[in-house]
Each structure stands twice: as C-alpha cells, then as structure tokens.
Design a protein. Structure first.
Length: 344
C-alpha cells in the first residue's frame, strides 16, 4: 500500500513539473534574408554542380526550448526547387534527414539548416537565414516587375504609326517589344488605361514636372497590328510622376520601410527592391533632398514611406561610416509619386 501511494505521489509530481507548450513557447515576427544551395546526388560530371540562390521576406517563428518552427512564411523565393520548411527537423519525405541549429538573442535570429535526401537520389539542401525582429504588422511582398519609363510620341504622322507612346524598361539594357525584338525603347500604338481608370498624362497636377512618367504595366500586340507590322499595346497597372524635371540616373528602386527598429545605428530599416529584378538590398538611410523637388512633394514622399507604401527612387548606394559599423545610404537623383485620378 505504501509503495502504491509513493508511486502515485511521484506521478503527480512529474505531471505538475512538466512545462506546457504555451508556457515555454516564444513567438516572434521576423523579416529575414537568406540563401540556399542545392547539390544533386547524381550527375554526369564530378563534382556535381551546385545551385545557389537567395530569398527574403517576412516570417513568424515559434521557439520551444532548443527547437524552432515557422508559420506565415512569405519569403520571395525565385526557385521552385526549394521550399522553406515550417518544421526544420522533419522535411516530410520518409527517410530524409533534416536538422537545424539556431541562435536568437531577442532581436536577431541566425539559423543554419540541412535537408538531405541523397539516400533516395534526392538533393542535399543547405540553407541559412538571418532575420531581425519586426514590431508591428508585416505587409505582403512588393512586386518589382513591369516598370517602364514612358514618354509621349510627338511625331507628326498618321495614327497608328505615330501619336502613341515610347516605353523603356528600367534597369535593363534593352526592352522587349511586341514583335519580340529588343530595342532601346519600344513604340506603343495602343494605350490601355482602363485598369487605372484615367489617362496618367492628363492627370499630372498643374505645375508638376511632365517629363517621362514611370508606369507599371505589360506589353502585348496591338489590335492595330498587321501581317507586315506588329504594333504594341501597353496596359497600365500603376502610374507615377517624377518629382523634378531632372533626368533619372543610376538604378531604379522601390524603397520601403521594412518595420525593423533598432536601438543602435546603423539600422537597416529600409528595403530596396531593384525594379524589374528579383534582387533586394537592405539600406540604413536615404537622402531625397538631393532631388530638386518642391517641399510638398518631398513631404508627400516621407509620408508615403511612413504609411508603409513603396516609393520609387532613382539613385546610387553609398557606404557610410558610423560609430557602430558601416551603413548603406541611398542617395537619390529622382523620386516618383503616385498619380491620382482627377476629381470628377
């Protein structure tokens, strides 16, 4: 009887002492940059070629003891061969070996993971993630594709041969036209502003610069095309006007406040999306004052960034020296503001 009573008390103590998942788990929202390599198990040449790529975006991490799990994964990954695992210790395939090691100091997460399927003729995947804690909600990833500098065709000849627009893909040495050929810029005979709901050239505010607009859209063959000539049609999805009449130089970026907040500097709290490219970069500072814009336009740009919107900026990145490390500043020579629909 005494032995049974002692065993009962021991079981009760063990049950009470075991921590619950809710008590031991820590959940944090993060924004991270990572890279991964994929090595094939079998190949014709030795050594096997290695595929390497990068990814970035927001994610939620739940830390339970020495284990970490992920949810709300919104990484932008430009290769279907890799999927960031929710459970780094179970790749989902029978027999696949997977593991991960990480450190988290309350602000920065560093993680190295492995997914090894070579025993089943699958690949070896090594991935690394560096992420920083985010305060506040995280928005969907910005789409940097389909951006063009657009100018009106002022030539005097019969439509549709003249009178349309010229478009030039930013950050690209050439633009692919509707006929499949690549050129410095493409002539567009047919303009489609139906998705915008207004003509952006007519909606530029009075007194604002009317140099080349920055439009996001697609190029397709025009209904005015013939067998001998394939003309273009441009469908606009978004429209921006320049803040000054100066020619935009260097690279075109989409600048966004990524939500990272630091207690020291440099703080890489801004994300640069290189337009018409999958590449992103974190920067610690930016300077729009070098653009000869109006005070109102400059204030509008800062307000848009503060509200979480992406502001298109042309400029160059420059390294800066700060007391706690090296920063990266985007120095602008042009920035763009969204064109609003005219009041009815």
């Amino acid at each position: 009887m005494r032995i049974l009573k002692a065993l009962t008390m021991l079981v009760a103590v063990l049950v009470l002492a075991r921590p619950s998942f809710a008590d031991s788990a820590q959940t944090v929202d993060l924004y991270g940059d990572g890279e991964y390599t994929i090595t094939s198990a079998w190949c014709a040449s030795t050594p096997c070629p290695v595929t390497q790529n990068k990814f970035s975006g927001p994610v939620t991490a739940t830390i339970v003891g020495d284990k970490i799990f992920f949810s709300n994964i919104k990484f932008v990954i430009f290769d279907d061969a890799f999927t960031f695992p929710e459970d780094p210790y179970n790749a989902g395939a029978s027999g696949t070996q997977s593991s991960a090691k990480f450190t988290f100091d309350g602000t920065v997460l560093l993680l190295d993971g492995v997914i090894d399927s070579r025993a089943f003729d699958g690949p070896l995947i090594n991935y690394h993630l560096k992420a920083q804690r985010v305060i506040g909600p995280v928005d969907e990833a910005f789409n940097p594709q389909g951006y063009y500098l657009v100018r009106k065709d002022l030539r005097k000849c019969a439509s549709p041969q003249c009178g349309g627009i010229f478009v030039k893909s930013v950050n690209q040495p050439a633009t692919e036209c509707a006929d499949g050929k690549r050129a410095k810029e493409c002539y567009i005979a047919e303009e489609d502003y139906g998705k915008l709901g207004f003509n952006p050239f007519a909606a530029v505010p009075a007194g604002a610069p009317r140099t080349q607009l920055l439009l996001r859209g697609t190029i397709t063959p025009s209904t005015a095309s013939s067998k001998s000539q394939k003309l273009g049609r441009f469908t606009a999805l978004a429209a921006y006007r320049p803040a000054s009449s100066a020619e935009a130089k260097n690279n075109f970026y989409g600048l966004e406040d990524n939500g990272i907040r630091c207690i020291t500097s440099p703080c890489f709290s801004l994300t640069e999306y290189l337009l018409n490219s999958p590449h992103t970069t974190k920067v610690s500072d930016f300077d729009l004052s070098t653009v000869k814009s109006s005070e109102d336009d400059l204030a509008t740009a800062y307000n848009l960034l503060g509200e979480g919107d992406v502001v298109p900026v042309a400029g160059v990145n420059k390294r800066t020296r700060l007391p706690n490390g090296s920063g990266l500043k985007l120095v602008a020579n042009q920035f763009y503001l969204p064109i609003k629909a005219p009041a009815k």
